[in-house]
Design a protein around this ligand. Structure first.
Ligand SMILES: Cc1cc2nc3c(=O)[nH]c(=O)nc-3n(C[C@H](O)[C@H](O)[C@H](O)COP(=O)(O)O)c2cc1C
Ligand code: SF4
Ligand code: SF4
Length: 261
């Protein structure tokens, strides 16, 4: 079984490719909490790096999942550039359940936060071709149930950069907010939010285009799914609008895939 977390579909697409190649199923980490995994011989985790570490949602979900102790266990992390302490964090969490990670690796893909830093994620599609051979190597290794810990060590620089003050700054730079003038209350953001962190509030005075408006709650994991899938470009990041050409999702993953999570 391959468990995944994904905001813009990069990790879901990689999880699906690996699953297809090695003959496994994919399951969202949220559903894994409610699933009996005790008979699984092979468990994979595929998720992104957010702000130099594993997403908060992943670190909150792993302790709630009952992992089989003796399964071949692997972790594949997607990232724009570096995984920093993402593997280290997850290995530490799994160790608390006496689960050993046998294999881990990373795959570089377009950076879904790039627009927060003035770059366009869609300009990074070249990474798909460049890192395709890496994915094939990973698949061959997983088929052979090889052992190998790549990018798994503790990263002191990543740790320094993820100290609370800088983490708060990074979080602020990647925090979504709703532009009430653009929101039409369609509810798509609320449906794609994996954390169920967006609710629609009825407007006291409905306008010609909206009866309701999206409200973001306190349980954000900064996946930016709401930002990239909003059909009105009404979600802003760090107070700046994200125009349509800067909205990104993995080309193989559609809105309906994200709604199914
Ligand atoms: C809020 C946020 C922070 C990110 N931080 C990092 C980072 O620290 N290092 C990195 O290499 N990529 C970073 N990325 C890029 C993602 O790791 C990358 O695009 C990933 O494949 C997204 O996967 P997903 O589509 O499954 O969510 C970040 C993306 C987001 C949305
Ligand atoms: S997807 Fe966009 S337009 Fe639709 S409710 Fe959310 S913020 Fe508003
Ligand atoms: S509010 Fe947006 S960025 Fe935050 S978890 Fe939900 S979809 Fe992701």
């Amino acid at each position: 079984m391959i468990l995944y977390f994904s905001g813009t579909g990069n990790s879901l697409a990689i999880a699906r490719k690996i699953a297809e190649a090695i003959g496994e199923q994919v399951l969202s980490l949220y559903d894994a909490v409610k699933t009996d995994l005790s008979n699984e011989q092979r468990i994979g985790l595929v998720f992104p790096t957010y702000n130099l570490d594993a997403p908060i949602a992943v670190t909150q979900l792993i302790p709630r999942i009952r992992f089989p102790k003796n399964a071949y266990t692997f972790v594949i992390i997607t990232c724009g550039a570096q995984t920093n302490n993402a593997v280290w964090t997850v290995r530490r969490l799994l160790k608390q359940q006496e689960v050993t990670v046998n294999y881990c690796h990373k795959i570089r893909v377009p950076d879904s936060s790039a627009m927060a830093f003035g770059r366009n994620p869609n300009d990074q599609a070249w990474k798909f071709d460049k890192f395709a051979p890496r994915l094939q190597t990973i698949i061959a290794d997983l088929k052979a149930q090889k052992k190998g810990l790549h990018f798994a060590g503790f990263d002191p620089l990543g740790w320094l950069m993820s100290r609370p003050a800088l983490q708060r700054k990074l979080a602020q730079m990647t925090t979504p907010s709703v532009n009430p003038d653009k929101c039409i209350g369609c509810g798509i953001c609320s449906k794609v939010c994996p954390q169920k962190n967006i609710v629609l509030s009825e407007l006291d005075e409905p306008t010609a285009k909206a009866n309701a408006i999206a409200n973001i709650g306190p349980h954000c994991t900064w996946c930016l799914s709401c930002v990239h899938f909003c059909p009105q470009q009404a979600m802003e990041v760090n107070g700046k609008s994200v125009s349509k050409p800067y909205q990104y999702h993995h080309p193989d993953i559609k809105l309906k895939d994200m709604l199914k999570r």
